[in-house]
Design a protein around this ligand. Structure first.
Ligand code: HEM
Length: 465
């Protein structure tokens, strides 16, 4: 496990590069200097891979008007198979752009954040109440657990509240089996996508392979649940179109706006719902893991929250502007544990990277995992230091966990608000500890997940240490 060396110049390639590719199950052929190499054909595509912020800047300048990522064939194959429309995640070209412009206004524009805050704040508070109950039930004034399932429920409850303006009730003791089924389907969908990155889904479909059947079953479950939620809102809205002053949620806003077809709205809202569960829940789990390893940092952030709470006098939107360390902690989590291992773009013009000429049309991948762990880009990369994002160091093309430019993560505003509020509420109420000095690494299931359960001990803040 000592990294590798370039077959042309003999330069050493850092361990993180190789780790990153091994995580993705790739065999690597390294052609250039440690900053750039070309992969031998992997599955059905080959690509040029970069790591440096300066190269990322060149890449994103060449992404064109309709930035295009690597296609996840398994997902498009399912849509084609079931004759379902692509949403904004899978669309390309003008069709993508016209949908994305409408969705941006309702989902990611800074103006809508104020609408999301009360909805997400309510879910954060309910999560605290649920944890308090769990602690009481242990009779030991603490609760040691793998929080991943609870965080899944929290994330789905949060994103559903924002999308549909309604609660699913996932934080109650009795859970609607359909909602639990939806969560299971998302897990299965990601799990079955990974093998299909290397084997053509058409072949697997033709041979009736189990992985394809499971994948179809998973997406069917996701679409059915989203369809049920969408139908219910649609019915409600047609009965009572002027349902008062209350913010009705993203879906109802889109329907009332009447700028996208219902089928387009359905496709994108389903993708938002499916994309909004694993991403934030896993990032929160990693953040709690890192905070449990750094009790002093926990205290520092708690002090920041307490000062912000007082200064903002109960105005939560204002409070969110006063918590730079929390924002730094989330950036730091995503640096070390990015949801996406890489960002990809097909370049629309010729570019030069590290003295190599890369022709238009080439797929270029920016290794987020490798970049986040490179000491030339982040000094002492192994250290979890939220303050590195707060102090005035250059962040030039370094904060890329949500992607970049017009094709960046559509759910970013929801995700950031949801995660910040979650941490505020949890740190105001609990202390997090890790039981043993166990290091947890990542595993690749399209997104990066902890390779084993993360066990945390949660104690009420008023409990003695
Ligand atoms: C920690 C949380 C999250 C991270 C780190 C994350 C990361 C990403 C990344 C890296 C991309 C690709 C961007 C690019 O190519 O430039 C992306 C796309 C996307 N994400 Fe997220 N995401 C998160 C949460 C969410 C949530 C909560 C939602 C839904 C509510 C969501 C919905 C989407 C959608 C729909 C796209 C595709 C956008 C398009 O192609 O136009 N994501 N995300």
């Amino acid at each position: 496990e000592s990294g590798g060396s370039c077959i042309r110049c003999g330069a050493l390639v850092s361990l993180s590069w190789v780790c990153c590719l091994r995580l993705a199950g790739f065999q690597v052929l390294i052609l250039g200097v440690p900053c750039l190499f070309r992969l031998e054909k992997v599955g059905s595509y080959d690509s040029v891979n970069i790591i440096k912020p300066e190269d990322a800047a060149v890449l994103f300048k060449a992404e064109g008007h309709y930035p295009k990522r690597l296609r996840v064939e398994a997902w498009t194959s399912y849509r084609d198979y079931r004759n379902r429309k692509y949403g904004v995640l899978l669309k390309d070209g003008e069709d993508w752009k016209s949908n994305r412009i409408v969705l941006n206004k309702e989902v990611i524009s800074p103006k809508v954040q104020g609408n999301f805050v009360p909805l997400l704040d309510e879910v954060g508070q309910d999560f605290v109440a649920r944890v308090q109950k769990k602690i009481e039930r242990t009779g030991q004034n603490e609760w040691t657990t793998d929080l991943s399932h609870e965080l899944f429920k929290f994330a789905l409850e949060s994103v559903s509240h924002v999308l549909y303006g309604k609660r699913l009730g996932l934080l109650l003791d009795y859970i609607d089996p359909e909602a639990q089924h939806f969560i299971d389907c998302i897990t299965l969908m990601f799990k079955t996508t990974t093998p299909m990155l290397y084997l053509p889904p058409a072949l697997l479909r033709h041979t009736r392979a189990k992985v394809w059947k499971d994948h179809v079953e998973a997406w069917d479950g996701i679409f059915n649940q989203a369809d049920r939620c969408i139908q219910s809102i649609y019915r409600q809205l047609s009965k009572n179109p002027d349902a008062g002053e209350k913010y009705p949620g993203v879906l109802a806003s889109l329907l009332m706006l009447d700028k996208l077809s219902i089928e387009d709205i359905k496709a994108s809202v389903t993708e938002l719902m499916a994309g909004g569960v694993d991403t934030t829940s896993v990032s929160l789990l990693w953040t709690l893991y890192e905070l449990a390893r750094h009790p002093d940092l926990q205290e520092e952030i708690r002090a920041e929250i307490s000062a912000a709470r007082i200064a903002s006098k109960g105005d939560v939107v204002q409070m969110l502007k006063m918590v730079p360390l929390i924002k730094g902690a989330l950036k730091e989590t995503l640096r070390l544990h990015p949801v996406a291992v890489s960002l990809q773009r097909y370049i629309t013009e010729d570019i030069v990277l590290q003295n190599y000429h890369i022709p238009a049309g080439t797929l270029v991948q920016l290794g987020l995992y490798a970049m986040g762990r490179d000491h030339r880009i982040f000094p002492h990369p192994e250290q979890y230091r939220p303050s590195r994002w707060v102090r005035s160091q250059s962040h030039y093309f370094r904060n890329l966990s949500f992607g970049f430019g017009p094709r960046q993560c559509l759910g970013r505003r929801i995700a950031e608000t949801e995660m910040q509020l979650f941490l505020i509420h949890m740190l105001e109420n609990f202390r997090f500890e890790k039981q043993r000095q166990v290091e947890v690494r990542s595993t690749f299931e399209l997104i990066l997940l902890p390779e084993k359960p993360i066990m945390l001990t949660i104690k009420p803040l008023n409990a003695s240490r």
